[in-house]
Write a protein that binds this ligand. Structure first.
Ligand code: HEC
Length: 112
């Protein structure tokens, strides 16, 4: 009986270790926090555009959860985030390089 419960515990511990430290998950999570703060008002939680804002900017421009966006290079998207383009403000201009990368990871995750 005792033996069995120890194996059970080891199994649970093993699962925990297998899932916990995945660093990409941590990156995407930090990116989400930034996104929720600076980007969600226009691009929406799912990246498809906040319904209230799509009336102003148009659905097509605000939808960044698309292949068209994810196909673009990191540098190109980072430039839009930090310098703005058209009606997109330079929303990420004050972010650290790492924050910029994380928010980009988050956008790329939305497009999948
Ligand atoms: C005031 C509304 C607004 C906010 C806030 C905003 N965006 Fe945008 N975003 C836009 C608009 C409008 C466009 C389309 C620009 C164009 O037509 O060139 C756009 C375009 C983009 C694109 C380019 C997509 C492509 O396929 O080229 C990216 C990437 C992007 N936004 C990311 C972000 C991120 C990340 C944030 C937060 C740091 C953010 N946006 C905040 C309005 C906004």
């Amino acid at each position: 009986m005792v033996d069995k419960s120890i194996w059970g515990m080891l199994f649970v511990l093993g699962l925990g270790f297998a899932c916990a430290p995945a660093s990409w998950a941590a990156e995407a999570k930090a990116g989400k926090a930034t996104y929720d703060k600076l980007c969600v008002s226009c691009h929406g939680t799912d990246g498809k555009g906040n319904p209230a804002m799509t009336k102003v900017f148009g659905e097509k421009t605000l939808n960044i959860a698309t292949k068209a966006t994810s196909d673009k290079k990191d540098e190109e998207l980072l430039k839009v985030i930090t310098e703005g383009r058209g009606k997109m403000p330079a929303a990420g201009k004050d972010l650290s390089k790492q924050d910029q990368k994380q928010v980009l990871e988050h956008i790329r995750a939305l497009a999948k």
